[in-house]
Design a protein around this ligand. Structure first.
Ligand code: LCS
Length: 383
C-alpha cells in the first residue's frame, strides 16, 4: 500500500506533490504536436493526464493487480464511464438488484433513454443470472458485498458463467477495498471503487477509480473519462494517496471493531437479525472466507420494532454520526430506505431485500467499548 506504484520525484519529495495546474507548457510547437500525436510522452492538459493523478492510478493498478487505472471525479463518475464505455444502444446489462441506489437510478432514468436494456437480479444466486442472460447481454455488473444488504456474489463463478457467453464482468469493490478483495484475480474484467469510502478513508474527498484487467478495456474507458470530462482533481488525488498509506491499518482496526459489534448486536433482544460476512449466521459465510481476506467493516441489521424503532435508534446515537457515506475512520449510521436507496421504487427496494427497518452501520476505528456503549444506550431508548 505505502509503496505501490511508487512515484519518483526529481527533488526527492517524500510525498507526491500536488500538480495543481490545468495545463502544461510545451518547449516548442513540435513538442506540442508530438505530444498530441502520441509520439512523445509527457503531459498536455490535466483532464487528459497529470502527475498527481497518474501516481494514484499507478498505485491502485498495483493494488488491484490490473493493467492500468483511471481516476474519476466521483464513484458515480466511475459508474457512468463504465456504462458509457462498455454498453451501447441495444445492449443489455445484468446487475445486482440491491446495488447502490444511483448506480441503478442512472441506468433506469438515463441510459435507458439511449436504448440500453437492463435486468436487476439477485446476483448472489448464479441461477438468476443464468436465467437473465439474453443474446444481447454485454455486461454483468456485480456489487459485492452489496450496499446495504451485505449480500455477496461469487465473483469466480459469475466470471466463469459470463465469459462462456462473451459477457464482461465489472465489480464494484467499494465495500471491501483492495486490501480485502481483488476481483480481477478472481476473473473479473474491470473493478472500480468509490474512493470516497475506505480507499481514502477520512470523509474529506469524493472520488472514483476504475482498474481494468487489459489494455483493450483500458483505452476505451480512458477515452470516455477524458472526453466526457469525468476527471478527478489533483488535490483530490493527493488526499486519496495519503489515505491509502494507512488503508491496511484502518481496515484492520475497523474490521476488528465490526466483528465485536456484530456479535454484540446479534445477541441483543431488540435486534431481529444482523448481516455481517464475519458471522456464521451470514448465508454466505463460506464464500466470504473464500473470496475476501476479511469480512470488512459494514454491518446491516433490522430491529424487531421495524421502521419506527430504527428511526428512534438512529436519532439517539451520540458517537456514531447519523450520515450517509461509509468507510471513514468515524462510525456512521444511516437508514437506506429513506436515504441511500430512496431513489429506488418501494417495490424495487423490497425485491432487493432493502426493508424499511434496515439500518446500516459503517464501523470506524474508535474505541469499541465506546461504540458499544453508544449503540446500547440508543437501543435502550427504543420502545
Ligand atoms: N458504489 C457504492 C457501493 C457506493 O456505496 C457509492 C456511494 C458509490 C458507488 C458512488 O460513489 P460516490 O459518487 O458517492 O463517490 N455510496 C454512498 C452511500 O452508501 N452513502 O452515501 C454515498
Amino acid at each position: 500500500m505505502v509503496h505501490a506504484g511508487h512515484y519518483h520525484d526529481n527533488f526527492g519529495s517524500a510525498t507526491v506533490p500536488i500538480y495543481q495546474t490545468s495545463t502544461f507548457a510545451f518547449e516548442n510547437a513540435r513538442q506540442g504536436a508530438n505530444r498530441f500525436a502520441g509520439k512523445e510522452k509527457g503531459y498536455i492538459y490535466t483532464r487528459i493526464g497529470n502527475p498527481t493523478l497518474q501516481a494514484l492510478e499507478e498505485n491502485m493498478a498495483v493494488l488491484e493487480d490490473g493493467f492500468g487505472a483511471i481516476t474519476t471525479g466521483s464513484g458515480m463518475g466511475a459508474v457512468s464511464v463504465i456504462y458509457m464505455g462498455l454498453l451501447q444502444a441495444g445492449a443489455h446489462m445484468i446487475s445486482t438488484s440491491s446495488v447502490y441506489g444511483p448506480s441503478r437510478g442512472i441506468m433506469e432514468k438515463h441510459f435507458s433513454r439511449f436504448g440500453v436494456e437492463y435486468s436487476y437480479v439477485d446476483t448472489s444466486d448464479t441461477g438468476q443470472i443464468k436465467k437473465a442472460i439474453k443474446p444481447n447481454t454485454r455486461l454483468l455488473y456485480l456489487e459485492t458485498p452489496a450496499n446495504p444488504t451485505i449480500k455477496l456474489s461469487d465473483i469466480e463463478a459469475c466470471a466463469k458463467l459470463a465469459h462462456e457467453h462473451d459477457i464482461l464482468v465489472v465489480v464494484d469493490n467499494t465495500f471491501s477495498s483492495p486490501f480485502l478483495q481483488n476481483p480481477l484475480k478472481l476473473g473479473a474484467d474491470v473493478v472500480f471503487h468509490s474512493v470516497t469510502k475506505f480507499v481514502n478513508g477520512h470523509a474529506d474527498v469524493v472520488g472514483g477509480i476504475i482498474i481494468t484487467a487489459t489494455e483493450a478495456l483500458y483505452q476505451p474507458l480512458r477515452h470516455v473519462m477524458v472526453n466526457l470530462g469525468f476527471n478527478m482533481d489533483p488535490h483530490q488525488a493527493y488526499l486519496v494517496l495519503r489515505g491509502i498509506k494507512t488503508l491496511s491499518l484502518r481496515v484492520e482496526k475497523a474490521q476488528e471493531n465490526a466483528m465485536t459489534i456484530a456479535h454484540w448486536l446479534e445477541q441483543h433482544p431488540k435486534i431481529k437479525w444482523v448481516r455481517y460476512p464475519g458471522l456464521k449466521s451470514h448465508p454466505q459465510y463460506e464464500l466470504a472466507r473464500k473470496q475476501m481476506r476479511g469480512p470488512g467493516a459494514m454491518i446491516s441489521f433490522e430491529l424487531k420494532g421495524g421502521f419506527d424503532a430504527g428511526e428512534q435508534m438512529i436519532n439517539s446515537v451520540h458517537i456514531a454520526t447519523l450520515a450517509v457515506s461509509l468507510g471513514g475512520v468515524e462510525t456512521l449510521i444511516q437508514h437506506p430506505a429513506s436515504m441511500t436507496h430512496a431513489s429506488l421504487s418501494s417495490e424495487a427496494r423490497l425485491e432487493a431485500d432493502i426493508t424499511d427497518g434496515l439500518v446500516r452501520l459503517s464501523v470506524g476505528i474508535e474505541d469499541v467499548e465506546d461504540l458499544i456503549n453508544d449503540l446500547s444506550q440508543a437501543l435502550d431508548k427504543v420502545k
